[in-house]
Write a protein that binds this ligand. Structure first.
Ligand SMILES: [Zn+2]
Length: 170
């Protein structure tokens, strides 16, 4: 179990480094990230959200086995739709985000195998959210300026009331 870093923790703004070698430390990190994601009812988590600046993401979609992708790369985005997202690192935030409905994901499995996955729908959305984290990008960056200001003004009050629900915790 790892502690989730909360906005405005500066680590969330860093660009994560590619993993050079998949060793036991990386595999342990992945196991702990999956555990942390499940404990918080999330469907995805990036390593930067637990303060580790390496390009590792985990995802656990409803009724599917959790998966981990090391050094994920996205290409060929197609289609777009809007959905409200939350973020485990920004309690209470709810942002309607436009994302591609289909995207090609390449990366490595925890065993070091090459992965190539055609992601669609919720999987595509979550993987885009997590890769944003690896690049220091947060859902609140997608808010129009006035709404962003409103968010910042209300946020401190919000995090003192942890019960505010978010829709999609990633
Ligand atoms: Zn997030």
């Amino acid at each position: 179990m790892r502690q989730i870093r909360l906005y405005p923790d500066p680590v969330l703004r860093e660009v994560s480094e590619p993993v050079k070698e998949i060793d036991q430390e990386v595999r342990t990190l992945i196991q702990e990230m999956i555990e942390t994601m499940k404990t918080h009812g999330g469907v995805g988590l990036a390593a930067s959200q637990v303060g580790i600046l390496q390009r590792v993401i985990v995802m656990g979609l409803p009724e599917e086995e959790p998966i981990a992708i090391i050094n994920p790369e996205l290409s060929k985005p197609r289609g777009e739709d809007l959905l409200e997202e939350g973020c485990l690192s920004i309690p209470g935030a709810r942002v309607t985000v436009k994302r591609a409905t289909d995207v090609m994901v390449k990366g490595l499995s925890p065993e070091g195998k090459n992965l190539k996955i055609q992601a669609t729908d919720l999987f595509a959305r979550v993987v885009q959210h997590e890769v944003d984290h690896l690049n220091g990008v947060l859902i609140i960056d997608k808010l129009p300026k006035a709404k962003r200001l409103e968010f910042e003004l209300n946020y401190i009050r919000t995090i003192s009331h942890e019960k505010i629900p978010t829709t999609l915790k990633i």
